[in-house]
Design a protein. Structure first.
Length: 301
């Protein structure tokens, strides 16, 4: 049998996703630099992203016709997106950028379990093994970084929400353009967070960002949100939710390196943290290699 030709569309999407993940790695830095609370931060993030996406759709005349049934689904998915970001930034403020980013790696295990259940597919043993290894790494981090318990719990819950909306988007993107999905989901996130702030009387003096925060918020809302979110959703046409989640786990690599460059706080992490992080990152890098080996053996059989 001749070797199978590489899929250029797949390779292009892999490059786009890797670039997107690098941008996401920078959001942790911005989260630590911005001084307002996690909820307020995400409220500004989504409103800036929604406005920028609105003008993008208007300028490029993107089609926004979707079925009536899709509107509430996209808006409800926005609640998951908003919750994911709030817990992500809360985790950073309760712990550190490296701890939060490594906890986010549990998205792989959540996706390995939830994607087959939601899409009614067979659960992959290899994906479960990869997920268990990642959880092992997280347990080690949890054990040695116990003073960050609240931050770790927030980070893990954030990863669960990210897994859910990634799986949902992998289905939506087959029918709806990525830009439109991003617009309505971020609009939904804005609506839900606004309702929460109204109920909790959150619109007060604490909402006013400091002058230094304004530039960071604009960067976060445009490049790190609207642009990166559209790119992240668009690649789901070719990539499975699990494969996207696996590559997304490179975010800790970029985030930890950037945290060291900006804050130089790597020496605050214990040996247990680095052992756990090594297990997680090794799994991420070795999984595609193991997957190819298994595929070759099956082809020979």
């Amino acid at each position: 049998m001749p070797p199978k030709a590489a899929n250029p569309g797949l390779n292009k999407n892999l490059i786009i996703l890797h670039l997107t993940v690098f941008v996401w790695g920078f959001t942790g830095i911005l989260g630590q630099l911005i001084t307002i609370s996690a909820v307020n931060l995400v409220w500004y993030r989504v409103i800036i992203a929604v406005i920028s996406l609105f003008f993008y759709v208007l300028f490029y005349k993107k089609t926004h016709k979707i079925s009536v049934k899709s509107y509430p689904k996209l808006v409800l998915t926005g609640a998951l997106v908003g919750g994911h970001w709030i817990l992500f930034f809360a985790s950073i403020k309760l712990s550190t950028v490296p701890v939060t980013l490594v906890c986010l790696s549990s998205m792989t295990l959540f996706t390995a379990i939830l994607e087959p259940l939601i899409n009614k597919k067979r659960i992959s043993k290899m994906e479960i093994v990869a997920g268990v290894l990642i959880i092992t790494g997280i347990v080690l981090i949890f054990k040695f970084e116990s003073h960050y318990t609240k931050g770790i719990i927030a980070g893990l819950t954030s990863a669960l929400m990210a897994s859910l909306f990634s799986i949902i988007n992998s289905r939506f993107v087959q029918k709806v353009e990525a830009t439109i999905i991003a617009f309505y989901e971020l609009l939904g996130a804005f609506i839900w967070i606004t309702l929460y702030l109204v109920v909790t009387h959150g619109f007060n003096q604490s909402m006013i960002p400091k002058p230094a925060d304004v530039g960071y918020l604009l960067l976060l809302g445009t490049v790190c949100t609207s642009l990166a979110y559209v790119a992240g959703v668009s690649v789901m046409r070719e990539l499975s939710a699990f494969r996207a989640a696996l590559i997304t786990n490179l975010e800790p690599v970029y985030g930890i390196i950037l945290a060291f460059i900006f804050f130089g706080n790597m020496n605050k992490m214990t040996g247990g943290f680095w052992v756990g992080a090594l297990i997680i990152l090794s799994t991420i890098f070795l999984f595609p290699v193991a997957q190819k080996q298994v595929a070759r053996r099956k082809a020979r059989a």
